[in-house]
Design a protein around this ligand. Structure first.
Ligand code: IPM
Ligand code: MG
Length: 368
């Protein structure tokens, strides 16, 4: 099995930089202490790239990251760049990576860590042991549909428009990924759409149902997105794997992440088909660049570190180290150490750096 990997680290903006520094330490630890050889190359994206090059992602950076085995991204965006015109904004850098590398399958787990069950705003019994996986289509739908724009109707009236469209092929490939994932879990898949109103998702439902015939062991259900958002808050444990469109997935995954009470803990993976040897995977925390707390050393690096774990699992096919990182994180939480975002009375409050150091310390304690 391949043990040598090129990884592009894109810290981005805000707390992205601070949590990336901790992620680097963890990767370096694996370099020194395991058979993995991880060749890390840092690149600019988002506001950091705008400041230096005037664009959120340069062609050179895109080319460079296309040639690596996996991308690890911190977060992009911040008030400094909010007034830039649409094409220049930090978020466009992220969307461009997704689209250009065709990272169509976005895995967003929402897991409640035992030690954090009481930090949710929902009753503990509703969310304890929650472990759901939202699979969001990431490179099509209303985010990318054409035509799009803002046109002038008359002097005082404009029209803003976007297009929600899905092809059979696009739905089929994300559905297959979702059925495969459901097959390895509790064999329950809920497809979320708005088939009662939107033709694009009427087709979505039709194609997902078709694909289900190849997975007789997986129990498929369908739900309208408005109902799904309500059910997620009412009784989230009825779900295991959810598959949905780009836009619905954006919204539902934020909702699901807050069920866990710890947005700062959640990693994600965006994966595409391996084509022409191009990079097909990007890993990033679900949280954003949090400009309000950036630079203070209080951000939680665990979502970023758990994103490394996902990289080990999905890109390096190394379940052992995936489990190892998860074990270490659980242990740290069980021992009461918390960054400010997940701090509760009687916990030990620690900084971003101290959390990174603790992860290293606990890795040292595990014999690998
Ligand atoms: C996300 C974010 C992005 C999205 C933004 C930053 C473009 O909200 O990854 O969920 O809307 O996809
Ligand atoms: Mg979002």
């Amino acid at each position: 099995m391949n043990k040598s990997f090129n990884v592009s680290l894109l810290p981005g903006d805000g707390i992205g930089k601070e949590i990336s520094a901790e992620a680097s330490k963890v990767l370096e630890w694996f370099n020194q202490n395991s058979e993995l050889k991880i060749n890390l190359k840092e690149e600019l994206v988002g506001g950091a790239s705008i400041d230096k090059y005037g664009v959120p992602l340069t062609d050179e950076t895109l080319k460079s990251i296309s040639n690596c085995d996996a991308i690890l991204l911190g977060a992009v965006g911040g008030p400094k760049w909010e007034n830039l015109n649409f094409e220049k904004r930090p978020e466009r850098g992220l969307l461009k990576i997704r689209k250009e590398l065709d990272l169509f399958a976005n895995f967003r787990p929402a897991i409640v860590f035992d030690a954090l069950a009481s930090s949710s705003t929902l009753k503990t019994e509703v969310i304890k042991n929650l472990d759901i996986l939202i699979i969001r289509e990431l490179t099509s739908g209303i985010y990318f549909g054409e035509p799009r724009g803002i046109s002038q109707i008359d002097q005082n009236n404009k029209r803003g428009f976007n297009t929600l469209a899905y092809t059979t092929e696009e739905i089929k490939r994300i559905a297959e990924v979702a059925f495969e994932a459901a097959d390895t879990r509790s064999k329950k898949l809920c497809s979320v759409d708005k088939a009662n109103v939107l033709e694009s998702t009427e087709l979505w439902r039709e194609v997902v149902t078709d694909v289900s015939k190849g997975y007789p062991d997986v129990k498929l259900s369908h739900m309208y997105v408005d109902n799904a958002s309500m059910q997620l808050v009412r009784n989230p444990k009825q779900f295991d794997v959810i598959v949905t469109t780009n836009m619905f997935g954006d919204i539902l995954s934020d909702c699901a992440s807050m069920l866990t009470g710890s947005l700062g803990m959640l990693p994600s993976a965006s994966i595409g088909a391996k084509k022409n040897n191009k990079c097909n995977a990007m890993y990033e925390p679900v949280h954003g660049s949090a400009p309000d707390i950036a630079g203070q050393g209080i951000a939680n690096p665990l979502a970023m570190i758990l994103s490394i774990a996902m990289m080990f699992k999905y890109s390096f096919l190394n379940l052992e180290y995936f489990n190892l990182i998860n074990k270490v994180v659980n242990k740290i939480l069980n021992n009461g150490y918390r960054t400010k975002d997940i701090f509760m009375e009687k916990n030990n409050l620690i900084s971003t750096q101290e959390m990174g150091n603790l992860v290293i310390e606990e890795l040292e304690n595990e014999k690998i």
